[in-house]
Ligand binder design. Structure first.
Ligand code: N01
Length: 547
């Protein structure tokens, strides 16, 4: 499988087998990137994957209730009509096991697994200037080399386990939702403590409460949530989505967030209060992320946003019977959707159960974990199981978890010490031939992920094809273009209400010591795609290309 470039034989003994391209990660991005480079460009390409199977984020996130909040018919690869026509989703939002079946099916259909090396957690990647090769080392000690290195490591794959004193003394079981045991966890008869109320915690709590003896939810930041309104997909819907796949693709490419619905053109402030209320009621009934699309200005105008925020807070007070619990749940300190807005199935209703309690850890901070539970400043909570739904060291975590070194052994950790600096979220100055799929500075997590992924993978593929055609061997963003892009990313974020959520992982605020920088590109996917296309059309403007 090693490439037949004359280079290979000389370097192989020292630096391992050589390929044209190495891809790190076998999730949505890595699978498609392998298909593009191997099957479209005819390169020798290999994927190095830490897990024992494909799936990326979905391989690890097997917690109770794990489900995607993009609608199934849009959470699919759209590059292949055959794949689109053949696969049948069963529910409005796909559950984790169904997504795993889908990704395995795609990998098998495209015969990808033969070029994926599983069980290879990449620990370092070093650029060798003299040979223009990346030397990539796995935890197993094996080395691989390639001219191009594509990171497809995901944005939410580095688990954030809070350093609470005493965790090692806990005599019960504890789990992080993003590292869930494959065999599952039996909560029957157990007293469970769940720390965290983000998208994950909001999905997990109702399911855990069904089987646990008791569930205590430890909430630090109260969160909005909109009912998902999940349900089985009808044959009519499935037929419709297949017959209209071209139009759906176009729609997803035309919206700022890559979802298959348009954002209303009305302002929340342009309609009388009764009409606005009726529009929100209808959006609440429809459910899902579509709620955000009810008005065009929810993410840019605080007064408009307040109308949505108040509507949801009123719903929480209506659903939750105990007024004290309702008040804690509705005590939300940030604009609606300024943190990633969860969608749920019976989250707020769960607090009406006799076996569920809510602890506000802003009012009574967690001080320590004891052998038999969690101690806050006010009380001790006896627990058999602790579930950390505490999220991820997002976006930069998975990249900085690898010791990546560019020209002159320049360390990515040093270059990003004050926050990520990329050009288009696709490349880093000083790191030739490195492409970062859905890297910081690209829309990534603000977009329906497969749409963002396909755009990046195709851009990278076209870029490599261009280089081969013109005889270029190296590509690297200039420091000036990266500086300008970082400024533009900040400008785009500041034009929205997103940075107003001070506890958001978009800003790195959930990881103690992490630089507070708004990481994804908030200018919208459609605009971003246009910028990337223009850069390519101008001969990869802002990048330096060399033979
Ligand atoms: O993580 P989060 P998540 N003590 O960071 C709390 C995607 N996703 O796994 O807000 C006490 O959002 C933390 O509190 P605070 C989606 O993009 C998608 O839930 O930092 N609490 C917060 O409540 C999502 O946004 C789906 O104050 C602590 C929670 O833990 C992203 O993944 C499903 C704490 C973490 O929330 C991350 O979601 C699930 C501490 N020391 C996730 N540390 C889909 O449906 C943290 N917290 C596709």
């Amino acid at each position: 499988m090693a490439s037949i470039t004359p280079h290979g034989s000389r370097a192989e003994a020292v630096e391992g087998p050589e390929f044209d391209a190495l891809i790190i990660g076998a999730g949505f991005s890595g699978l498609y990137q392998l298909h593009c480079l191997r099957d479209r460009l005819g390169l020798s390409a290999q994927v190095l994957e830490a897990a024992e199977g494909v799936g990326g984020t979905w391989y690890w996130n097997r917690y109770p209730g794990a489900r995607c909040d993009s609608e199934s018919h849009s959470y699919s690869y759209y590059f292949s009509d055959e794949l689109l026509q053949e696969w049948e989703w069963s529910e409005r939002y796909p559950q984790q096991p169904e997504i795993m079946r889908y990704l395995n099916w795609v990998a098998d259909r495209l015969d990808l697994k033969r070029d994926i090396r599983f069980g290879r957690r990449v620990v370092s990647a070093r650029y060798q200037e003299a040979t223009n090769r990346w030397i990539v080392e796995a935890e197993t000690g094996e080395r691989f080399q390639a001219r191009f290195l594509v990171t497809a490591v995901g944005c939410l794959s580095s688990a954030n386990i809070p350093k609470i004193p005493g965790l090692e003394s806990f005599t019960g079981e504890w789990y992080h939702t993003g590292q869930w045991p494959h065999e599952g966890v039996d909560f029957t008869g157990k007293r469970v403590g769940q720390v965290g109320t983000g998208s994950t915690g909001i999905q997990a709590a109702p399911v855990i409460a069904e089987s646990a003896k008791h569930l205590t939810v430890f909430q630090r930041t109260a969160n909005y949530s909109v009912p998902a309104r999940n349900g089985p997909l009808t044959p009519e819907f499935l037929r419709w989505s297949k017959e209209n796949s071209a139009e759906l693709r176009e729609l997803m490419h035309s919206t700022p967030n890559g979802h298959p619905f348009a954002i209303s053109e009305r302002s929340a402030l342009s309609v009388p209060p009764e009409e606005r209320q009726a529009i929100y009621e209808q959006a609440w009934e429809t459910g899902g992320l579509r709620f955000r699309a009810a008005f065009r200005d929810l993410l840019v105008d605080k007064a408009a946003n307040d109308t949505a925020a108040e509507f949801i807070k009123a719903k929480i007070r209506e659903v939750v019977k105990d007024p004290e619990t309702a008040a804690k749940l509705a005590n939300i300190d940030h604009p609606f959707a300024a943190k990633r807005p969860p969608i749920d199935t019976d989250y707020f209703e769960t607090f009406n159960r006799d076996n569920v309690a809510l602890v506000d850890v802003r009012a009574e901070p967690i001080e320590a974990i004891m052998p038999n539970g969690i101690r806050t400043s006010r009380a001790e909570y006896a627990l058999d199981v602790i579930v950390f739904a505490t999220g991820f060291d997002a976006m930069t975590g998975p990249l900085l978890g690898i010791d990546i070194r560019g020209r002159n052994a320049l360390s990515l950790r040093d270059v990003w010490h004050a926050g990520p600096r990329t050009y288009l979220g696709l490349g880093v100055a000083g790191f030739p031939n490195l492409f970062t799929i859905t890297g910081p500075g690209s829309p990534s997590v603000l977009c329906n992920m497969p749409v963002a992924i396909e755009q990046h993978v195709e851009w990278v593929t076209n870029c490599i094809a261009y280089m081969r055609k013109r005889g270029y061997e190296r590509i690297e963003p200039s420091a000036e273009s990266a500086d300008r892009w970082v400024d533009h990313v900040n400008e785009a974020a500041n034009a929205t209400l997103l940075p107003q959520a001070k506890h958001s992982w978009y800003l790195g605020a959930n990881v103690p010591g992490k630089p507070r920088v708004f990481m994804p590109y908030a200018g919208g996917m459609a605009r971003y795609r246009k910028i990337c296309n223009e850069v390519a059309a101008k001969g990869y403007e802002g990048f330096e290309l060399r033979p």
